[in-house]
Ligand binder design. Structure first.
Ligand code: 5GP
Length: 348
């Protein structure tokens, strides 16, 4: 047994220190990023925010809302859509704002190949290879196989939380490595398994490793408010993925329930009992459920939430004098804090 002595940080452990700035208004700030992906060579230009591949979040409707918004945010589609629905979606111009999520089992792989073949030139260009534990050798082998067979796809792969595994995934074919274990809003891995890594430190360490190899990182999970997104970018994240922040909207494709005169809906982890029952057979029975189910208030159209998110990123850039989002990391000084918010009127 060994104990690492340096403190690892989460979002609430820090604040971003304001810096002198010549920007006079939030509208002076450009919050899009341009990337050329290391392996695929494709380019990305947009706000680097991704809706997670979770039920109620990574939906076709969410992708259409992001498309309509026009800021270039993207959606990682849930992997459970049937092939015919995916084909229809991509035929109708669904590619630009989406990541096609490829599951790890044979059936998902066959579905992916089939969808690609049917779509020809319209096939998904960006894909997401997603597993709770990116440290298993099978995952690395699978990533290598997909990279070999689809050299021109942009691949986002994860999840991991350490520099050496980030390097391994990039060298095995990932353009973007997804970072985060245990910090998700409906994740119970820390409780069930005692495993995890504070997200801010994970981003700092993994971004450093990835950027050294011309790879990118996506911080996945743990965002509770727009300020956390700014901290993730400040720490070095190229993309930020969110589930809970995008849950509860019209775009969830979920049923609304009425409780005490309030509209609500269910949101759950993709490894929860709810998800297992819904997509039976996906999660092996010997695996403990590592996700929970919560009832959340209905929040209307995602449009307003998007405004809040984009406004928050803009504001952070303005406070530190970053004219472009790209400059945010360089201009970020984190201060360690023991108290982040004034909670006299609650903590929201
Ligand atoms: P959030 O933004 O809601 O805090 O976190 C979203 C992320 O939580 C997802 O992108 C995914 O990585 C992770 N996640 C989703 N469902 C589950 C689950 O059932 N168990 C665990 N451990 N993580 C989950």
């Amino acid at each position: 047994m060994r104990i690492e002595q340096d403190y690892k940080l989460d979002f609430p452990d820090v604040l971003i220190r304001p810096k002198r700035s010549t920007l006079s208004s939030r509208s002076d700030v450009n919050i899009t990023r341009e990337f050329t992906f290391r392996w695929s060579g494709h380019r990305f230009n947009g706000v680097p925010v991704i809706a997670a591949n979770m039920d109620g979040v990574g939906t076709f409707m969410m992708a259409r809302a992001f498309e309509a918004d026009g800021n270039g945010l993207t959606v990682a589609l849930v992997k459970h859509y049937p092939a015919d629905k995916l084909i229809e979606f991509y035929r109708n111009g669904g590619d630009a704002n989406t990541w096609y999520t490829v599951g790890l089992n044979e059936e998902d792989y066959e579905k992916f190949k089939y969808v690609n073949k049917q779509l020809g030139d319209l096939a998904p260009k960006k894909i997401c290879l997603d597993v709770a534990n990116g440290y298993i050798q099978y995952f690395v082998d699978y990533l290598r196989k997909i990279r070999d067979q689809f050299p021109d796809k942009t691949i986002m792969a994860g999840n991991v939380v350490t520099g050496e595994m980030t390097e391994e995934l990039i060298l095995s074919g990932a353009d973007v490595v997804k970072i985060g274990v245990g910090q998700g809003s409906v994740c119970t891995t820390r409780k069930v398994a005692g495993v995890g890594y504070p997200q801010l430190s994970a981003i700092i360490e993994c971004a450093d490793a990835a950027h050294g190899l011309e790879g990118l990182v996506c911080s996945d999970g743990g965002i509770t408010c727009p300020g956390d997104i700014a901290k993730a970018y400040g720490a070095g994240a190229d993309f930020v993925m969110m589930g809970g922040m995008f849950a509860g909207h019209d775009q969830s494709e979920a049923e609304l329930i009425e409780e005490d005169g309030e509209k609500k809906l269910f949101f759950y982890g993709m490894a929860s009992d709810t998800a297992m029952k819904k997509h039976k057979g996906d999660v092996a029975e010997y695996r403990a459920s590592e996700g929970k189910t919560v009832k959340i208030p209905y929040r209307g159209d995602v449009k307003d939430t998007l405004q809040e998110i984009l406004g928050g990123i803009r504001s952070a850039c303005t406070y530190v004098g970053a004219r472009r989002l790209k400059e945010l990391t360089k201009r970020t000084t984190f201060v360690l804090v023991s108290r982040q918010l004034n909670t006299i009127f609650g903590d929201d």
